[in-house]
Write a protein that binds this ligand. Structure first.
Ligand code: CP
Length: 313
């Protein structure tokens, strides 16, 4: 089913079966990581363009690495080093890359809908690497993969997302992906940072973190976006840390096998204490590694329509 899609823009409309196909494909990709030569010829002759108009460490470098491990040709453009600073539009920049032979355009942009706009106007496949507060589907998938890899199943698992849900593309993508796979999704944060009507989707809303963490299989701790404090959406970093921060005491109240996740970048000492980020339940480093596998899987599924599966061997 996924091979029939031109683009991959979000998880809202991706059925659970298709998400499972991505997870199992990512698992095959991860097997490649243990080989002495971590590269397969699967996308030889294909061209991937990374258009990053917002800063990124993890997503940009892992798309770059994922494309290279599949033997694609890769070009990376950032806002500062492109002709966008001279007034060129996003679409003209993307069309220029397409005329140079891009098969897949990976885009990160501050405007929600930027990836959809490119998808509607390019023949190349478009992969959303984060558009404003709207969606960050590869982050959602790598988070889900990390839970799936540990437990072997997502259905029925209780996953808590903590923080600024209203402004988080990571939260949105996790919520849709997890709900489509049959997980119980909880969110917890200041009421000013929880979207209205979220409970209509089936998500359970908590304002008390100590109640929210009871009996969960995984917690995913969002980065506090410091500019929200300036706009008065939460009182102070000190109070946020006290009310919602994950410290050792809260970690110890989690189930023994529960996972502590963070999509990064982290504000250590605010939403998560260093001892927890580096602690026994944390799978934050695994999330980063899994991000490469998930992005390889999506590049393969989007660009590799005519590629034979044996090429993964
Ligand atoms: N999690 C995430 O999207 O990180 P980057 O902004 O570093 O890509």
């Amino acid at each position: 089913m996924l091979k029939q899609r031109k683009d991959f823009l979000g998880l809202y409309d991706v059925p659970g079966e298709d998400i499972k196909e991505i997870l199992t494909t990512a698992q095959s990709m991860k097997d490649i990581f243990t080989r002495s030569i971590k590269k397969v010829p699967t996308l030889r002759g294909k061209t991937v363009v990374n258009l990053f108009f917002e800063p990124s460490t993890r997503t940009k470098s892992s798309f770059d690495l994922a494309a290279k491990r599949l033997s694609a040709d890769v070009m990376s453009i950032s806002k500062k080093s492109s002709s966008v600073v001279k007034g060129e539009t996003l679409l003209d920049t993307a069309r220029t890359m397409e005329r140079m032979g891009a098969d897949i355009v990976v885009v990160r942009h501050s405007h929600p809908g930027a990836a959809r706009y490119l998808a509607n106007n390019l023949q190349a496949a478009v992969l959303n690497a984060g558009d404003g507060a709207h969606a960050h589907p590869t982050q959602g998938l790598l988070d889900i993969y990390t839970i799936w890899e540990k437990f072997g199943e997502i259905k029925g698992k209780k996953v808590l997302i903590i923080g600024d849900i209203a402004h988080s593309r990571v939260a949105r993508s996790n919520i849709w992906g997890l709900l489509n796979l049959g997980a119980e999704v909880r969110v917890c944060g200041p009421s000013t940072l929880i979207p209205n009507r979220l409970e209509k989707t089936g998500v359970k809303i908590y304002n008390n973190i100590d109640r929210a963490i009871e009996d969960v299989d995984a917690i995913n701790i969002l980065r506090i976006q410091l500019e929200r404090q300036e706009s008065g959406l939460f009182p102070s970093l000190r109070e946020y840390r006290f009310l919602y921060g994950i410290n050792e005491e809260r970690q110890n109240n989690l189930k023994e096998e529960a996972l502590v996740m963070h999509p990064g970048p982290m504000n250590r000492g605010v939403e998560i204490e260093s001892s927890v980020a580096d602690g026994r339940k944390a799978v934050i480093n695994e999330q980063v590694t899994n991000g490469v596998a998930i992005r390889m899987a999506l590049l393969y599924l989007l660009a590799g329509k005519e590629v034979q599966h044996e090429n993964l061997a």
